[in-house]
Design a protein around this ligand. Structure first.
Ligand SMILES: Cc1cc2nc3c(=O)[nH]c(=O)nc-3n(C[C@H](O)[C@H](O)[C@H](O)COP(=O)(O)OP(=O)(O)OC[C@H]3O[C@@H](n4cnc5c(N)ncnc54)[C@H](O)[C@@H]3O)c2cc1C
Length: 607
């Protein structure tokens, strides 16, 4: 009797302990009402806003309010499990319903030739739905920013801010002089499959360096993916790393479901914001500054709604113009294509059958590892310079980034209808191109133009703050971007042709896209046609509130991130990048927020 009671008690304790091992944080402390006035009002609690709110409220003299249109991320379990990321892109509870306008040169196989442009509407912003890859960009990118007029933003100026945020778990990288070890954002090696290792061998065979793409040299370097995943295997976005750790400070107030509809100006000075919450309009005032961290779509939209933007666009919409600035111009994004795909004879279990298995759940709960901790199933990242053959050398363009994903092409990526839906691919095309890949073992490459030359625009369609703006990325409008993507496909083919992959019978799938049947399969013309059809966003929209010299008419903010010609208002997010970095954009956005916060607080540049 005593023994069975002891067994029951132990089982209960173990069950309680097991249940407590959850990656999902406790609900965030959300205010239902705000004060009438704060020193700083931060608009948007995404990748950048959470950092700004944390750093400004470190000073107990400052009072800070942060307003987020979306809900608490702690309310959505899948946000915190990295492998679930792709399902989040179509979760209407936590995303904005953005699509591009119909494209002429890309997105041809998407419904209405419109590419979907998912963006997070939740605490943590797009950092709550992204793939967590940690890639900073090329040192040359930042030196070029400084040359373009963003003084104080060269690589030597920004490197200390990348390091400030970071704790890198890889012991080799942690000691190479380029990484931080005391920051709130944990960066870990991704838990990749054997395919990631094979890819590193393939790269070596072709003479590429296996090393740290965030270290001394990015070009022609390849590495196993690193991601912002915490030690417990949970998503480590800025809501977890920066906002929640600051939520108990009495000088920081957080409000969700607070959609900011307008910036209030008195003359040329920003005095506060107007926002919509649960059916009512409210206003709060800023004693010192309003900081826009609403992202590359939200920040320009809000500026234009408030009369800051191109006069010729605002006047016809009946919006009185406060300052004529090129807001929404210079939209940049990384265009990419999922190609080519290969099958091979590497034995692997089907991941979808394992994802929810008892053993996977147990491993994830106990050790934070296993396939649940693998964001978007990315295996590796590599940067390749392309040039010659009519292609411009890097610094002009021509730098390519590759990821590979899906050790099991059929099921992990293409088998899920949600993947088709998240990219807006037409059902008939999707079925024809990828349908018979379901269940096959293999890999797919993701070549990306790291320095695109195409430029797009973002414009309001009306003065209604709830209307979706017209987003026109003009993907592949510059012919070099198309050539670069085909060059990326050719590099993928070389990697797949190496000994390590040939030993396992790696074979390219020869599914001809039905709109490209008139040209020979695998010719350059074929891939150009394929890219125009299937080429789409790599989800890195930036540069719509470009930073530049204070007297540069093509810029929106100056190097202190102040909106030119106005007072009391700055933009601190991905929209200020003068040009998109050669890499995934989250780390650079966090860096901008770290440096921007120091600028506001008058802290001299870190060395
Ligand atoms: C699907 C996807 C996958 C990605 N994968 C990666 C990756 O693996 N690695 C990487 O480095 N980068 C990745 N990125 C890009 C990266 O996540 C973004 O560049 C970054 O999050 C942008 O940060 P931000 O602060 O500028 O904007 P956001 O993080 O989008 O934050 C803006 C916030 O402002 C809020 N907001 C907007 N308008 C208003 C308003 N009017 N009132 C109140 N709040 C408002 C939004 O709801 C949002 O929470 C990915 C992007 C996407 C879309």
């Amino acid at each position: 009797m005593k023994l069975s009671l002891a067994v029951v008690v132990i089982a209960f304790v173990l069950y309680r302990w097991y249940s407590s091992l959850s990656p999902v944080p406790q609900p965030t402390k959300i205010r239902t009402h705000l004060d009438q006035e704060y020193d700083y009002i931060v608009v948007g609690a995404g990748s950048s806003g959470c950092v700004v709110a944390n750093r400004l409220s470190e000073d107990p003299e400052n009072t800070v309010a942060i307003l987020e249109a979306g809900i608490d991320d702690a309310a959505v379990h899948d946000i915190h499990v990295p492998a679930m990321a792709m399902g989040l892109w179509i979760n209407q509870r936590i995303t904005w319903p953005y699509k591009s306008v119909s494209q002429e040169n890309a997105c041809q196989s998407m419904v209405n030739q419109q590419c979907k442009l998912p963006q997070g509407k939740v605490l943590g912003g797009t950092g709550s739905i992204n793939c967590l890859a940690y890639v900073r960009g090329n040192a040359n990118d930042f030196d070029r920013w400084a040359e373009m007029g963003a003084r104080g933003w060269s690589y030597k100026d920004v490197l200390p801010y990348f390091m400030k945020s970071e704790t890198n778990n890889n012991p080799i990288y942690a000691r190479n002089g380029y990484h931080g070890s005391h920051g709130p954002m944990v960066v870990s090696d991704s838990n990749t499959s054997i395919v990631g290792d094979m890819m590193l061998s393939a790269g070596k065979e072709l003479g590429y360096k296996v090393g740290d793409v965030n270290g001394e040299r990015q070009e022609d370097t390849i590495m196993r993916s690193q991601a912002t995943v915490g030690r417990d295997g949970s998503r480590l976005h800025t809501a977890s790393a920066f906002l929640r750790p600051a939520q108990d400070r009495g000088n920081l107030h957080i409000m969700t479901e607070a959609h900011v509809t307008k910036i209030i100006f008195e003359g040329k000075r920003a005095k506060g914001v107007q926002f919509f919450n649960k059916g009512q309009i409210y206003q709060i005032l800023a004693r010192k500054e309003v900081i826009l961290s609403a992202g590359a779509i939200g920040s320009p939209q809000l500026l234009m709604l408030s009369g800051v933007g191109p006069k010729d666009d605002l006047t016809p919409l009946g919006i009185p113009v406060l300052t004529d600035l090129p807001v929404g111009q210079n939209l940049q994004d990384h265009v990419h294509v999922m190609a080519p795909e290969y099958t091979f004879d590497v034995h692997m279990e089907l991941l979808s059958s394992r994802l929810d298995s008892f053993m996977e759940r147990l491993e994830y709960k106990l050790f934070g590892s296993g396939i649940k901790s693998r964001p978007c199933l990315q295996e590796y990242v590599g940067f390749y310079s392309v040039g010659g053959d009519g292609l411009p050398e890097y610094r002009d363009s021509g730098q390519l980034q590759h990821h590979i994903g899906g050790s099991l092409i059929g099921e992990t990526l293409f088998g899920f209808d949600m993947f088709r839906e998240s990219l807006n691919i037409r059902r008939d095309v999707f079925q024809k191109v990828y349908g018979d890949a379901i269940g096959q073992r293999g890999m797919v490459f993701f070549p990306i133009v790291a320095q695109p030359k195409s430029r797009g625009t973002l414009k309001l369609v009306s003065s209604n703050p709830f209307d979706i703006p017209a987003i026109d990325p003009q993907y592949l409008s510059h012919p070099d971007d198309l050539k670069s993507l085909v060059a990326g496909i050719r590099i993928a083919q070389k990697l797949a042709g190496t000994e390590v992959f040939q030993k396992v019978n790696t074979t390219m799938r020869r599914r001809v896209h039905r709109d490209c049947r008139d040209v020979e399969f695998d010719s350059d013309q074929y891939w150009e046609c394929f890219v125009r059809n299937m080429g789409t966003t790599f989800l890195h929209y930036t540069s719509t509130c470009k930073m530049g010299a204070a007297d540069d008419d093509s810029s929106v903010v100056d190097p202190e991130l102040k909106v030119r010609g106005l007072e009391g208002i700055r933009v601190i997010d991905s929209s200020v990048m003068p040009s998109v970095v050669s890499g995934n954009t989250n780390a650079a956005t966090v860096m901008i927020a770290e440096k921007g916060s120091d600028i506001i607080r008058g802290i001299p540049g870190r060395k």
